[in-house]
Design a protein around this ligand. Structure first.
Ligand SMILES: Cc1cc2nc3c(=O)[nH]c(=O)nc-3n(C[C@H](O)[C@H](O)[C@H](O)COP(=O)(O)O)c2cc1C
Length: 447
């Protein structure tokens, strides 16, 4: 079978970073980000179009200058549990921080979502972008990169160990013999590591897909290494074709070097397609969205996020960009370093940084259905992604993509015409991990 690509839907509610004008769109309910019916409708539209997953990002720190969607939104696992009961095939990927959660709790919550959904759960492991989150959890400071990513790796390993607490045939539940549980098939973890001590076992068995799928989002060296070691999916920023190709090759190389099959890590790039009947109409729609979103004050506030929610309104806008590199050391270091390098190289003022930072980044996926399908095919063939995590301005924009672009991708054999499986692993083409204790006991050929 030819190589196929994957689609996930990333809903923004009333507007994420840079989408300053979205909440004013008359077709978006002002409470969309906290309305479960909004998420259920988005999920059902995605499932109707045979998408692989609904992808929910998250954060746990705000101030009044944060994007509308961040100010007032639902907790991802609670949200996804409700969505699970209104969908049958769609994967449900939730973001949760390894920095501010204990592995036992994560294993239990994602394991529960995996059962509720019949094997469609995914955990997007983040180490948390917002440094201020620490003060919501009793810590003076956000952990540094090395500690954060060390903790992330150990957390994933512990969570996976807990997910294997029960072998698949642990519950004979045989009324005649009076045996509910076979105790030989229940395993404690007894983990002692640098960051965690966890005895286990977890009080939850495995789902039809064995374990939830591990996603990761983070582009630093540490983030890439974490992905190479444990991730089965990645949410990557994308950027230009060259950026995406470099990132894709780098991750696949690191994954192979870590002794894993590079096909078993699916790289999703971010994409915001804008589709209309002709290229010209699509461009007009993209221009209109950009106009709706232009808001200098909101962009100035957003700039602070990578620097620990720093308030840049205190500076002279026309003076050189202030020396604030140290504020990003534990925050969005990778993105902040890029901004600082540009400011230094091009001798930019704060105003110019805001304009440059928020300068319109044209989506590569704008045009008629044919144009967008061609661009997607070209990017896919160029080795830039295994999937796209798509976001649409509103339902009408989603409809143009689903009715115009998806059928063309199907005709070209690039996208499925029916779901391959009922589990997220099955649809992504990922193997079901054999329970580690079963694997130890039974040789491969005899399983
Ligand atoms: C595409 C993408 C999506 C991300 N989504 C989230 C998110 O939803 N919540 C969050 O706390 N961090 C998110 N992160 C940030 C990571 O948690 C990470 O801590 C941050 O990017 C800084 O690490 P890095 O330099 O490795 O990227 C995301 C990062 C990327 C690249």
């Amino acid at each position: 079978m030819s190589r196929r690509f994957h689609l996930a839907l990333h809903p923004y509610g009333v507007g994420g970073p840079g989408q300053h004008g979205l909440w004013k769109d008359p077709s978006i309910a002002k409470n969309a980000s906290i309305d479960i019916q909004y998420y259920i409708r988005q999920a059902q539209a995605a499932e109707h179009a045979l998408f692989d997953a609904l992808f929910i990002v998250d954060s746990q720190f705000i101030n009044a200058g944060y994007p509308p969607h961040y100010l007032n939104r639902l907790e991802p696992l609670t949200l996804l549990s409700a969505v699970a009961t209104h969908t049958r095939h769609l994967g449900l990927v939730g973001t949760a921080s390894s920095t501010y959660n204990s592995p036992f709790n994560l294993a239990r919550r994602f394991g529960s979502l995996d059962h509720i959904s019949g094997g469609r759960a995914g955990w997007n492991v983040v180490t948390s972008f917002d440094t201020g989150t620490s003060r919501n959890y009793g810590l003076e400071e956000h952990l540094d990169y090395t500690t954060r990513y060390g903790r992330a790796l150990e957390s994933v390993n512990v969570v996976r160990g807990l997910w294997d607490s029960y072998e698949d045939d642990a519950f004979p539940a045989d009324v005649e013999s009076g045996v509910f549980l076979d105790p030989e098939k229940l395993h404690a973890l007894n983990h002692v590591g640098d960051h965690f001590r966890v005895d286990g076992p977890l009080n939850l068995s495995r789902s039809p897909q064995g374990q939830p799928v591990i996603f990761q989002a983070g582009v630093s060296e540490e983030g890439r290494d974490l992905a190479a070691q444990v991730a089965e999916g990645i949410y990557a920023p994308g950027g230009t074709l060259e950026n995406a190709r470099e990132y894709y090759a780098d991750i696949k190389r690191r994954t192979a070097e870590a002794g894993r099959n590079p096909d078993h890590i699916k790289i999703f790039i971010h994409g915001s397609p804008v589709v209309r009947g002709t290229d010209e109409l699509a461009q007009q729609r993209a221009d209109r969205i950009a106009d709706e979103d232009y808001d200098f004050r909101a962009s100035l506030a957003l700039l602070g996020r990578a620097f620990g929610a720093h308030d840049f309104s205190q500076y002279d806008l026309d003076a050189p960009f202030p020396d604030v590199a140290h504020l990003a050391e534990r925050g969005g270091r990778t993105g902040a370093a890029h901004i600082i390098a540009q400011a230094e190289e091009r001798k930019l003022t704060l105003r110019q940084v805001v304009e440059n930072f928020t300068e319109r980044r044209e989506s590569p996926f704008v045009g008629s259905p044919e144009t967008v399908a061609d661009t997607i095919s070209r990017w896919f063939d160029a080795g830039t992604f295994d999937g796209i995590n798509v976001a649409f301005r509103n339902d009408e924009d989603l409809k143009y993509f689903v009715e115009g672009v998806v059928p063309l991708l199907q005709q070209r054999g690039l996208f499925r015409t029916e779901y391959e499986a009922n589990t997220l692993r099955g649809n992504l083409g990922l193997p079901i991990p054999v329970n580690r204790h079963t694997a130890e006991r039974i040789p491969v050929g005899a399983r």
